[in-house]
Design a protein around this ligand. Structure first.
Ligand code: T46
Length: 133
């Protein structure tokens, strides 16, 4: 599976680091929504769904977590543990987020507003949707 990650430029000086994220510049879509999760229970597995059209970039801005990706044919695991690295997740991709460190803050940039009708929450339905069922 082709995993697309972005390594963002960090503007570092003697005060520390700063990363800037701009739509259609270093983010490949218009950013319509930003959300983030924190205080995630270490044993929790989030996600368990795919999106019909949403594109997203996931950045673990603090701590670490792992992402399981499944396009219906192949799977991959990605470790996010750097605040300057973003994982691109296209539509039609099953995702699960797990193994959160206690201090993890997972920030997500999304190409669309929140829309429950864009979710596919049943794995068999997802497989049929991508023609792999
Ligand atoms: C995704 C992964 C990476 C909202 O009201 N607005 C929002 O923008 C979002 C994302 C969620 N919510 C509500 C809906 C639920 O009542 O927040 C609650 C938790 O959402 P959910 O169970 O969908 O969270 P995750 O972590 O399973 O999935 C989220 C995103 O929903 C999803 O699009 O790709 O993070």
């Amino acid at each position: 599976m082709d995993i697309k990650t972005y390594t963002f430029e960090a503007h570092g000086d003697d005060r520390g680091q700063l990363v800037s994220l701009e739509e259609m510049k270093n983010i490949p879509f218009d950013i319509k929504r930003v959300y983030y999760m924190y205080k995630t229970v270490g044993s929790a597995v989030r996600g368990h769904h795919a999106h019909k059209s949403l594109e997203q970039i996931l950045i673990c801005v603090h701590g670490s977590c792992r992402i399981h990706l499944d396009d219906g044919r192949e799977t991959a695991e990605v470790l996010l543990d750097k605040p300057y690295v973003g994982l691109y997740i296209a539509n039609n991709m099953w995702r699960e987020m797990y193994d959160f460190s206690e201090d993890a803050v997972l920030m997500v940039l999304a190409s669309q507003l929140y829309d429950e009708s864009d979710y596919i929450r049943d794995y068999d339905e997802f497989k049929r949707f991508v023609g792999a069922g």
